[in-house]
Design a protein around this ligand. Sequence first.
Ligand SMILES: Cc1cc2nc3c(=O)[nH]c(=O)nc-3n(C[C@H](O)[C@H](O)[C@H](O)COP(=O)(O)O)c2cc1C
Length: 235
Amino acid sequence: MNHHESGEPTHHQRPDGFIPLVYTPVTPEECLRRSEQLYRRMDQRRSVRQFSDRPVARGVIENLIRAASTAPSGAHKQPWTFVAVSDPKIKAAIRRVAEVEERKNYEHRMPEEWLEALEPFGTDWHKPFLEIAPWLVVLFQQNVERLPSGQQRKNYYVTESVGIAAGMFLSAVHEVGLVALTHTPSPMGFLSEILDRPPNEKPFLLIPVGYPAKGCEVPDLKRKNLAEVAVFLEE
Ligand SMILES: Cc1cc2nc3c(=O)[nH]c(=O)nc-3n(C[C@H](O)[C@H](O)[C@H](O)COP(=O)(O)O)c2cc1C
């Protein structure tokens, strides 16, 4: 029989293999201080489209992926693969195909409304950062899990899970002093071929990671304020 913190017994069974939570207590004051500090830091994260070619050690990328992979996921399936590319030949191949596709998008596939929405970002089909950034991290989602037996099992809440892992990856990149772009070249299927991924995996995001170029500029965006994004229901 299990016991809540209050000492009340609970009557449901639980499987073996439980361990005490690793938890560091915090005072309410410290919690508030950290929340303010965190917000200020997160507010400085920006999508960067001008990268320096300054290298980033593989160990850093490994730790960023480890951090992202601590994300919660539906039934703990961790339905993601991070493919980290620094090989200049592979980066060039990705740039080549991405630019062909993006050129078609900008020149005739995107409706006028979409092009208008993109105007403030000054983006076009040229994607030099795909070769200049030291790392391209391509995140794949696994819609089905391939068991060692060769059988396949459907994964659940894959988009939600991979989206959370992506968000944690982007926060981790920012936290260690690097910059990234959340990039969705469209269509993205070519990434499976170039990166030789199995059929149960689908490209989710392409994330160049590195240092910003000297004199890098970003669009002067305003973020929605709290009242525009949150509703509080209190007594
Ligand atoms: C799902 C998703 C897809 C995006 N795709 C692109 C993209 O293909 N190209 C690009 O330049 N920016 C892309 N962005 C970046 C957004 O334009 C950027 O996040 C937004 O303008 C806010 O700017 P910030 O990230 O600097 O706060 C994408 C962002 C998200 C979340």
